[in-house]
Design a protein around this ligand. Sequence first.
Ligand SMILES: C[S@@+](CC[C@H](N)C(=O)[O-])C[C@H]1O[C@@H](n2cnc3c(N)ncnc32)[C@H](O)[C@@H]1O
Length: 535
Amino acid sequence: MRQEDEDRQGQSELLQSLRSKATELLLREEWEESIQVYTKFIDLSRIQISNLEPDPDKFRKSLCLALCNRAEARARLRDFLGAMRDCDEALEIERTHFKTLLCKGKVLLGLSKYSLALECFKTALLDPQAGGNLETVTEYIEKCKKLEFQAKTGAFDLSDWILSGFRGKTPELAEFIGSIEIKKCEVSGRGLFATKNIVAGTLIIVTKAVATERGILGSGESGEKAQLIMWKSFIEEVTESVRKCDRTHRLVSILSTGKDEDDLEIPDISLFRPDEAFGIYDDSKRDLDVEKLLSILDVNSLVEDAVSAKVLGKNKEYYGVGLWTLASLINHSCIPNARRLHVGDYAIVHASRDIKAGEEVTFAYFDVLSPLEKRKEMAESWGFSCGCSRCKFESFLYVTNQEIGEFEMGLERGVDAGNAVHMVEEGMKRWKVKGKDKGLLRASYWGVYDEIYNSERLMKRWGRKIPTMEVVVDSVYDVIGSDERLMKMVVEEMKKKNGACSNIAEMEKIVKLGKGVYGKVVSKKKAMKSLLGLE
Ligand SMILES: C[S@@+](CC[C@H](N)C(=O)[O-])C[C@H]1O[C@@H](n2cnc3c(N)ncnc32)[C@H](O)[C@@H]1O
């Protein structure tokens, strides 16, 4: 045998063994290792092709398949950009390579690029291999259409999942940006502002996490330790996502570190739209400033079971922390108008009461059904001093009315809740607190209102001297929007009076509160009733 032929045979055997090894690793789901072996195979194949072997087509075909398989492994490791590059190279070799088109479509779906994904799946149908996989491709096509519709309209429907008791897979959602823009905010840095009137319950954004981490926290020292471990993995995950994707890097580096907020850039909202996103192939890996990233995570990470959020599905059982870039531009207010709903890795931000065009969209970082001093402490632990109009109003009221301080001291000594509510209501007449502002103080002293309306004994004694629960709930809703505690109070009252059924006006009120807590995510009445705990 000639030396040349021997070399060729040697190369061919080497390629053969690399391919078998890589396939085996892929089947064993050892993604990193299979990528390494496929890379060796791909490099060697390229050399063979450029050496103008007698049968370059044979090499091209196997190169196409190897690229496709490496793309699959990269996608599993969430290296979407690497996967996209492999898919594109494979498709240059074979324009309608079925497996590659399927993989590219799935990657594009992962990047929330629904229309491009749809094109891929439609092209896949042209391949003869599609015949045996028609059902899979058709399912993907339907999914792309559904997500594209959600992304355009903001119409999401979780009814069936809710009615099934959250069984099965968590629904996949589209990313959606409603009628909002990013503007300079008077209070601090930038914020999100409504560009149109937004009705309570309307979805404002649906956004996928850069990273999330969940776990079960015990109490005491072990709980703290578990939280530290979770935080460490969360930081690693964010670092990884930022390192792998230039777009994520860009979006995360826009976020506030809590310092010099007034000098921050004001990005255009389109930067956050996945379909308009810049260079999905541009992954010029940047050095990460670790200190900056840690400050960003400190200021912007959100916990899923926060007071202004609800978690649906199995994640409810865990403590979860995550980073949602667009939601990170939402400021805190003690008179918030929005809330979050967490479904899988998505955060759904919706109006918790009507929002006027031009108004800033805000949610509560901490419990705003608390008195001013308590709120100040909580804001401080978040690293800022709250500049909202409610804090300004209440600070002024405290300075001008010494009585309020004395009343609060009485509360600390454990004054009877009925007496306390009566004192606040009478006090508001002397302090000239009128109209909507009454809701602010009722929200501040919600604890005693809650106690009295939940106690038959106290209601018998004080009921006639204080406003009705409905009046108080309405006035608190007007200023802080819907809240689970308001909703539950009205539901319980209705159940006490009429059993599970109610008159239309009461039911409408409960649904309004429910939409404010959960957002408009159901089309079926039964599903809303189940969320409200009425079924
Ligand atoms: C998650 S960021 C919110 C967006 C931020 N304003 C920006 O420009 O990126 C949280 C930071 O915003 C500021 N902030 C949010 N709500 C505030 C409020 N009610 N009063 C004062 N500062 C606030 C604080 O500096 C806080 O650390």
